[in-house]
Design a protein around this ligand. Structure first.
Ligand code: NAD
Length: 369
């Protein structure tokens, strides 16, 4: 048995609990078949927590998240809570978790399984086999810079303003995450900025260059302007290995890259904080929301959640072989023609979440045999 790691599951609302239940079955499988086990606890978050405790995130759940080795988060929100006070909305829970856990690096992989290359809006040959990782700075930049606001200038004029700023420390710590990741992948980092017009991102470029030369001379570093990066993502996405960029550019470019893969139900993510006493705070979650339109109908695609769990095995627990097992099983299921409704294609078999889950367990058995 591996030493037990503390895993906190926060299923949340809508399809969150449904896709979390799929991961729970896979966790049971790992304990039985691979002697890999975790101390799993769970908690309420979002609307589910609001209904029971009057707040989307209780102090106890936050404390559990702060001490867990990794948090696996489902999805939150839904029409039921759309009219409550802004400060109590389900979404506040995620913002608070990110802030309190200091999650400054957001990892958004865009992977296209060959079996789904037809589902992309780009030509299959451009995306088939795509495996790109975008690292977005998550707690700095223009979304947080001060001063900010809208002021009245009088005479019927108003002025809206925000501040884009980055410090050496903020740039280096997210840069390190990108370089380290590249070492485990294709060994290439592309840093994206607008150093031609924004001083704060000229600093970004200078610091990335220094960091690369000093600490990661073995990793190939290139730079690209954000407008060109947007163009290159749809022209030739396979040229990238790891892309690292600021909060706002990352927000936009990661959604653009996500769509290359076809469906929201396929996209995992990870958010990491700073190492302290050998522990890196980490939260893993699918990119999609709570999908109230299909909640409770046994229709949710669990792949984004399963891939989030696979990222957890890979990045928080360094269990590469076990993560590969999950990724390969997903790929095999898709190749065998099984599809949930969101990724259904002509000539394939449309299946429910539970049927896909049973098939996943059988496929894991096969892969591990
Ligand atoms: P959504 O991602 O929940 O759904 C968008 C569309 O994609 C829907 O048609 C949905 O059925 C489909 N979809 C999403 N995930 C799927 C899956 N795994 N399998 C099959 N189909 C899937 O986004 P939305 O509709 O804009 O938002 C719904 C609620 O989720 C809102 O309350 C929103 O605030 C919340 N939300 C939460 C998060 C989060 O928890 N991180 C993220 C985005 C939205």
């Amino acid at each position: 048995m591996t030493a037990n790691k503390k895993l906190l599951m926060l299923p949340g609302d809508g399809i969150g609990p449904e896709v979390s239940a799929v991961v729970s079955r896979v966790i049971d499988w790992f304990a039985k078949r691979r002697q890999v086990s975790f101390d799993v606890s769970d908690g309420l978050v979002g609307g589910a927590s609001y209904d029971k405790h009057g707040t989307p995130l209780t102090d106890e759940t936050l404390a559990d998240a702060m001490t867990a080795d990794a948090v696996l988060f489902g999805a939150i929100g839904g029409p039921k809570w759309d009219t409550i006070d802004f400060s109590l909305r389900p979404e506040r829970a995620l913002l608070k978790l990110r802030k309190e856990m200091g999650l400054f690096a957001n990892l958004r992989p865009a992977v296209v399984f060959p079996a789904l290359a037809d589902a992309s809006s780009l030509k299959p040959e451009l995306v088939s086999g795509l495996d790109l990782m975008i690292v977005r700075e998550l707690t700095g930049g223009i979304y947080f810079g001060e001063p900010r606001g809208i002021e009245d200038l009088g005479w019927g004029e108003r002025r809206g303003f925000n501040t884009l700023e980055y410090t050496t420390k903020e740039i280096r710590r997210v840069g390190r995450v990108a370089f380290e990741l590249a070492r485990k992948r294709g060994n290439r980092v592309c840093s994206v900025d607008k150093s031609n017009v924004l001083e704060s991102t000229l600093l970004w470029r200078e610091e990335m260059t220094k960091l690369g030369e000093k600490e990661f001379p073995d990793v190939e570093l290139s730079h690209m302007l954000a407008d060109n990066a947007a163009m290159q993502l749809v022209r030739d996405p396979k040229q990238f290995d790891v892309m690292v960029t600021t909060n706002m550019f990352g927000d936009i470019l990661s959604d653009c890259a996500a769509m290359l893969t076809g469906s929201l139900g396929m996209l995992p993510s990870a958010s990491l904080g700073a190492e302290e006493n050998g522990r890196i705070p980490a939260l893993y979650e699918p990119v999609h929301g709570s999908a109230p339109d299909i909640a409770g109908k046994d229709m949710a695609n669990p792949v984004a959640m399963l891939s989030s769990f696979s990222m957890m095995l890979r990045y928080s627990f360094d269990l590469q072989e076990d993560a590969d097992l999950i990724d390969n099983a997903i790929s095999a299921l898709l190749s065998s023609g099984l599809r949930t409704a969101d990724i259904m294609q002509e000539g394939k078999a449309k299946v429910s979440t539970s049927v896909l889950t049973d098939a996943m367990i059988r496929e894991l058995d096969k892969q591990a045999a």
